[in-house]
Design a protein around this ligand. Structure first.
Ligand code: ADP
Ligand code: MG
Length: 290
């Protein structure tokens, strides 16, 4: 809670700070290691802070999310991965005590602008959660729901087309095409998660946020989702939170390592896992921490 220390390091030395305390000051002042920016950003986050009441959950995070990339967010439990992910489509708005500041742009437009409508924003930046959450509706209606409320289909034939296309892209069509009127909740866990991905795809998102999308799935269903993520990258930008370093290594091109609300390091996934530059990243990926 040190209360905003404004000393620069030499001043701190002159003021007789202990070396441990100077190290802590240095830590607080340190920015993210690695390249936070990319050539073709889909989203641009700058100096993002998030508070839950007076708990400072995300501290001065700046990060670009590239077009058609999969970026994974990793780090110990409670470090702010989900909080940061939720900033990207304003899901934190639904939490009363949560305050977000800083700048987050989607295709150059400030998504926190007061005049911006969050309903179309959440279609453009869709979300898939840890636990598959199909609506208590038929498979067909799960997918048709979004296109209907956003008025994306002109008539039944067009809606049928969107539903089929979304299910195909999510790799689920062949498994469900003969049971479209059955409840989505009757599918297996892995199928339900692909149904939720199809539901997100049905409203033509640009970005899909996934918060530990495989943590409730068995290894086979997980492998299927990971394959799917790789296929979807061609058309969508994906930001995925995962507690599995193996999964981050398998599915993402860039990896962001969070620690206690800060973005410690970001870089190419291979570099992060083979040649981390920050000690905290190294400790985490070698299993010394977290
Ligand atoms: N709805 C909430 N209300 C209050 N504090 C929260 C809420 N959600 C998360 N936090 C706190 O914010 C911090 C970051 O949490 P979270 O983003 O869920 O981390 P992660 O996803 O990395 O496990 C934690 O200290 C957590 O307790
Ligand atoms: Mg989380």
């Amino acid at each position: 809670m040190g209360g905003g220390n404004r000393f620069s390091l030499p001043q701190a030395v002159l003021a007789g700070e202990s070396s441990a305390r100077i190290e802590r000051i240095a830590e607080r002042r340190e920015g993210t290691v690695g390249d936070i920016s990319v050539a073709e950003p889909r989203m641009t986050c700058r100096n993002v802070d998030v508070y839950y009441a007076d708990k400072h959950a995300i501290q001065d995070v700046s990060l670009d999310i590239g077009t058609n990339e999969v970026i994974s967010m990793i780090g110990p439990s409670g470090c702010g991965k989900s909080t940061f992910l939720r900033c990207l489509n304003r899901m934190n708005d639904t939490i009363d005590i949560c305050r977000v500041s800083g700048e987050i742009l989607l295709d150059g437009v400030d998504i926190y602008d007061r005049s911006l409508d969050v309903v179309p924003l959440r279609a453009r930046v869709g979300m898939v959660f840890q636990k598959p959450n199909p609506f208590p509706k038929s498979i067909y209606d799960n997918i048709a729901y979004g296109p209907r409320i956003h008025g994306l289909a002109d008539g039944r034939a067009e809606l049928d087309g969107i539903v089929e296309d979304s299910l195909r892209r999510a790799g689920l069509w062949d498994e469900v095409k003969d049971r479209m009127e059955q409840p989505g909740t009757g599918l297996s866990g892995g199928q339900q998660q692909r149904l939720c991905i199809a539901r997100a795809i049905a409203v033509s998102p640009e970005v899909i946020l996934m918060d530990e999308p495989c943590s409730a799935l068995d290894p086979i269903a997980t492998a299927r989702i990971e394959e799917l993520i790789d296929e979807l990258r061609e058309n969508y930008t994906i930001a995925i939170v995962t507690h599995s370093m193996q999964q981050a290594a398998r599915v993402s091109q860039r990896t962001a390592y969070f620690h206690l609300g800060r973005l410690v390091e970001v870089g190419k996934t291979d570099d992060i896992f083979t040649n981390p530059r920050h000690k905290l990243t190294e400790d985490y990926i070698t299993g010394r921490f977290g």
